[in-house]
Ligand binder design. Structure first.
Ligand SMILES: *[C@@H]1O[C@H](CO)[C@@H](O)[C@H](O)[C@H]1NC(C)=O
Ligand SMILES: *[C@@H]1O[C@H](CO)[C@@H](O)[C@H](O)[C@H]1NC(C)=O
Ligand SMILES: *[C@@H]1O[C@H](CO)[C@@H](O)[C@H](O)[C@H]1NC(C)=O
Ligand SMILES: *[C@@H]1O[C@H](CO)[C@@H](O)[C@H](O)[C@H]1NC(C)=O
Ligand SMILES: *[C@@H]1O[C@H](CO)[C@@H](O)[C@H](O)[C@H]1NC(C)=O
Ligand SMILES: *[C@@H]1O[C@H](CO)[C@@H](O)[C@H](O)[C@H]1NC(C)=O
Ligand SMILES: *[C@@H]1O[C@H](CO)[C@@H](O)[C@H](O)[C@H]1NC(C)=O
Length: 657
């Protein structure tokens, strides 16, 4: 069961001294083309695996989630490595805390789970830019995921850091990693660049050696495998429940006439986009097809086994532009918070038919606590805070600059100019080329007047006198992570027009909001009274200026076992970003849905000092009309779509019952 690392090292030491025994006893993991299976230590092996993304779960909970996966009877876990999570600044690598990949691998190993590693470089994963770091877009016309020399140079450097770290975790070196994926669903990408794939294979082999099993994953159709499969890389497929399993694996057989059948992404659920209904996949459908897969003797990885949370600004988007929600619950067998579901027990029952599953006590769902309401108070509007938010000071520019031009990866950028002429009648403020990426909160003379939104609203009418200040706060909602439009620039990426004229002479503020929230700087001086708006000709809308609000949550001390996990609800609030104790817990957008609550893991809460809750509310706050509170509850609400936006289908083999 539990493998002690000391034992493994001892084992190695012992056998390296006696080379004669090496061949029979050294751990090995290979493909058996004769018997259509994998061979582990020379013996027939079939895996049942589940996906878990360490980047979507606080380190504090890694062990709990992995134990639950182990207890379901899984042999292995599969995880993506998001490059951008570890190298957000070129050449600066972060593998600490929640990014401590080696610790995660070590935990898997200690618990008795093998690892199927998916290091990309591109991963899709509903992750900003599919896991590629945004700084690659500094070269505007870079062709990502191809043999573009600038792209390859960056990939070589990253892999030159990552893969040597991974080497000692390979199964044959005494670690947990049995197989390593090259790229991800490359057959779905327009470029079909075999030079690129060959380059990656050479790179992976040079760092990991010749005996590691490399594999690829593509949709279960010949069209995908044509550009996804490559000699020397074992081709696997992905498909969800409800289809014809035999037919799906026939596609794999086109690329791999012999060897194990593998479904690398068997969908237990599906992802959510803001403004679309919450995805649900029935347990019956999931277990039925799972049995069919296992009956064939095939290997399977369930995507996701636990989805977790896309904290901070890390979510991606699909095209036509549709950003994913903060929750990555995925309707998976373990919920976002790691809770056991009916789906979990149903899957476990199926697995039990095919193999012995571990006995012992199942770790229970973690308890949740409803801390109740917390009074919020206005701290400062965003424009009142520019002196602290914009450390480098503003940039003057004739035409707007993008986030990347400003070396800003995520979050918000403020574009300021003044109305060049009197607009006494409603005058269209427009982005004729749909270049607001992705939402802009517009104010004139200090009064909120409207919102521009990519693909949805490219023009609003404004009024104001010549010289009035025009503020356009632009939010990045996450870069496209799938398809051919990966070069997704953020900010005002084309000009704005007022009437017939192009607006010019911008003052652009790159904003370091996360640093300022973390350091508690917004709390220092109270907000000035709202300066009375000037030059406004039309009555204010229901919108308010983007504003920071703060509140403190004290964990009750008479109750044992606190802090516990909780969910936060936003009664009367519209859209914004949440931090607790400086940790960016993601976007909230209850006015659009389907996600209404955000998950708050106990690991961000403290019993020692009051917990600092900070909101940046972008649209409307409840504070002038009613209660100015957030509320901590027991239960998540992920399925309440307020504004229904046309559903988007990525074209996967997937059915919703
Ligand atoms: C060949 O594969 C079958 C399952 O398909 C397995 O039961 C058997 O043990 C394997 N034989 C060898 C020699 O590995
Ligand atoms: C599934 O596909 C296989 C192979 O294409 C075919 O022989 C079989 O009839 C199909 N089964 C069903 C239920 O359609
Ligand atoms: C802007 O105002 C004009 C009239 O001045 C009107 O025709 C138009 O529909 C308005 N556009 C928007 C987006 O409200
Ligand atoms: C804005 O318009 C000017 C003048 O038409 C043009 O030269 C410039 O490239 C445009 N900038 C952007 C970001 O579209
Ligand atoms: C923009 O700034 C330049 C240089 O200061 C000035 O000449 C020009 O008139 C300004 N344009 C507008 C529309 O204010
Ligand atoms: C909340 O902020 C206050 C003031 O900066 C600080 O003293 C306190 O430690 C913070 N609470 C936590 C839990 O970090
Ligand atoms: C959301 O899910 C809950 C719990 O499964 C269910 O009771 C409720 O009816 C659902 N609401 C909507 C709007 O679908």
């Amino acid at each position: 069961m539990i493998v002690s690392t000391a034992g493994v090292f001892f084992f190695f030491f012992f056998f390296t001294l006696i080379p004669v025994s090496l061949s029979s006893a050294a751990p090995s993991f290979t493909v058996d083309y004769k018997n259509n299976s994998f061979l582990k230590d020379g013996e027939y092996f079939r895996y049942i695996s589940g996906s878990i993304h360490y980047s979507r779960i606080p380190r504090f909970y890694w062990k709990d989630r992995l134990l639950k996966m182990y207890m379901a009877g899984l042999d292995a876990v599969q995880t993506y490595i998001p490059w951008s999570f570890h190298e957000s600044v070129p050449g600066v690598f972060d593998f600490s805390g929640d990014r401590d990949l080696e610790y995660f691998l070590q935990l898997c190993h200690e618990i008795g789970l093998l690892v199927i590693l998916r290091p990309g470089p591109y991963i899709c994963a509903e992750w900003d830019l599919g896991g590629l770091p945004a700084w690659l877009l500094k070269k505007k016309d870079i062709v990502l995921r191809t043999a573009d020399p600038d792209y390859l140079a960056a990939v070589d450097k990253w892999m030159g850091k990552l893969l040597p770290m991974m080497k000692r975790h390979l199964y044959q070196n005494g670690g947990a990693i049995i197989t390593v994926q090259v790229e991800n669903e490359y057959g779905s990408y327009f470029a079909c660049d075999f030079d690129y794939l060959r380059h990656l294979v050479k790179l992976f082999r040079s760092h990991l050696g010749d005996d590691v099993v490399l594999f690829s994953t593509d949709g279960a159709g010949l069209g995908y495998l044509k550009c996804g499969a490559l000699q020397g890389v074992y081709a696997t497929v992905d498909f969800g429940p409800g289809g014809n399993v035999t037919k799906a694996f026939e596609a794999q057989r086109y690329a791999e006439p012999h060897g194990p059948l593998v479904n690398s992404e068997y969908y237990t659920g599906w992802l959510d986009h803001w403004g679309e209904p919450h995805s649900i996949v029935s347990t019956d459908a999931v277990v039925k097809t799972l049995e069919e897969i296992l009956d064939l003797g095939a290997n399977v990885n369930m995507y996701m086994f636990i989805g977790g949370t896309t904290f901070g600004y890390w979510n991606g988007a699909n095209t036509p532009f549709a950003p994913q929600t903060t929750s990555y619950d995925f309707d998976a067998p373990l919920t976002e918070a790691g809770d056991l579901t009916q789906k979990y027990f149903a899957i476990r029952k199926v697995i039990k038919k095919y193999k012995k599953i571990p006995g012992g006590v199942l770790p229970p769902s973690t308890p949740k606590f409803a801390y109740g309401k917390v009074q919020m108070k206005k701290l400062k509007t965003l424009s009142e805070s520019l002196d602290i938010l914009s450390i480098s000071g503003p940039v003057k520019t004739l035409y707007p600059l993008s986030f990347i031009d400003l070396n800003q990866q995520f979050g918000f950028v403020l574009y300021q100019t003044s109305l060049p002429v009197d607009c006494l009648k409603p005058t269209p403020l427009s982005s004729p080329l749909n270049g607001v990426h992705d939402r802009a909160y517009v104010s004139v003379g200090g009064v909120a007047v409207g919102i521009l939104e990519r693909n949805k609203c490219i023009s609003i009418n404004i009024t104001g006198r010549a010289g009035s200040r025009l503020d356009v706060l632009v939010e990045s909602m996450g870069r496209i992570n799938y398809g051919k439009n990966l070069n997704d620039f953020k900010g005002l990426v084309t000009n704005l027009t007022l009437g017939a004229d192009v607006l010019t002479n911008w003052t652009v503020f790159s904003l370091g909001i996360d640093e300022v929230v973390r350091e508690g700087l917004l709390w220092d001086t109270p907000s000035q009274q709202d300066s009375s708006p000037t030059h406004i000709l039309s009555p204010p809308t229901s919108l308010s200026l983007p504003t920071f609000y703060g509140g403190t949550l004290k964990i009750p001390d008479q109750i044992p076992d606190l802090p516990q996990d909780t969910y936060i609800q936003f009664p009367g609030w519209s859209k914004g970003q949440l931090w607790i104790n400086g940790v960016n817990l993601g976007r909230y957008w209850p006015s659009r849905g389907p996600q209404v609550t955000l998950f708050v893991p106990a690991s961000v809460l403290s019993t020692e000092a009051p917990n600092n809750i900070t909101l940046l509310e972008l649209e409307t706050c409840p504070c002038t009309r009613g209660e100015c509170v957030v509320q901590f509850t027991h239960t998540p609400i992920l399925n309440f779509t307020v504004t229904h936006i046309k559903p988007y289908n990525r074209g996967q083999t997937f059915i919703t019952p």
